[in-house]
Design a protein around this ligand. Structure first.
Ligand SMILES: [Zn+2]
Length: 266
């Protein structure tokens, strides 16, 4: 069973596979990629760029802006339909891989923000010109981005929002996993909690994604300050359904190594 990490501690990375290093986060902070770790880049989530280009922010029903100051967003979401946003995303893909000669990348936040997003003028016009349904128009745009990224980097992994309810990935986020399959070697599904005091919901979500996803995929659990026994148990539950488990943001290497040893016991 694969046990991977997302870590900002470069010395942790070599012990785990897959090992991700967050090169650009949703805040917009850039950290240069490191050799032998998979660079992880937030593509359409970027608080800094949304400040600099307020017109790039996704717009929802009733004019709601997809920023962290509105109801359920934790960061600002840029509009994938807009050509400069699309081009910036691809520029980051290049920048994150070419300097270290990486043949792999993990894309975060390649998505429309929620159902009804985005209704900026560019989206309304492009959707009308496409001649297809609203859902289909958005799926085509997201798929097009991943296809372009795949032309730049031979191996692409992609993070999904953890909503496996039938139709939601397509209608809420513009994501059709079957159409993405030719370009994506693995999906990553974050199921984050600060305690994992119960795990029935980890099981339900992991089982649902196992049924839906057409290729290799990992569950990603949150690690920082989560009690070790609870985190181990959540890993064991998730590993029954996914091809591997990733622990994100834990800062204790000894804890991660103990969990790894327990999970890899025959
Ligand atoms: Zn838009």
């Amino acid at each position: 069973m694969a046990l991977g990490v997302v870590s900002r501690f470069v010395d942790h990375l070599r012990y785990f596979t897959p090992a991700y290093y967050e090169v650009k986060d949703v805040i917009g902070v850039w950290r240069d990629p490191v050799p032998d770790a998979i660079p992880m880049v937030s593509i359409f989530g970027d608080n800094r760029l949304s400040q600099r280009h307020p017109d790039w922010v996704q717009i929802g029903p009733g004019g709601e802006r997809a920023t962290r100051s509105s109801r359920y967003f934790d960061w600002d979401a840029l509009c994938p339909t807009k050509a400069p946003v699309f081009a910036q995303g691809l520029a980051w893909v290049k920048q994150a891989t070419q300097r270290t000669g990486q043949d792999i990348i993990r894309l975060d936040d390649v998505t429309y923000a929620r159902e009804g997003f985005c209704q900026c003028e560019a989206c309304i016009q492009a959707s009308r010109e496409s001649g297809c349904s609203w859902t289909e128009f958005r799926i085509r745009r997201i798929t097009e981005f991943v296809e372009h990224a795949r032309q730049l980097v031979p191996r692409v992994q992609m993070t999904l929002y953890p909503d496996p309810f039938p139709g939601h990935m397509e209608e809420r986020f513009g994501i059709d996993v079957n159409r993405l399959k030719p370009y994506v070697e693995a999906f990553v599904v974050p199921l984050y909690d600060l305690h994992y005091a119960t795990t029935y919901w980890v099981e339900i979500l992991a089982q649902a994604f196992a049924q839906r996803l057409p290729c290799r995929w990992y569950v990603e659990l949150y690690g920082l300050e989560v009690p070790e026994a609870a985190l181990l148990h959540a890993c064991q539950v998730a590993s029954a359904y996914a091809d591997g488990v990733i622990i994100a943001y834990d800062n204790q290497l000894d804890k991660l190594r103990r969990i790894q040893a327990r999970l890899q016991q025959p």
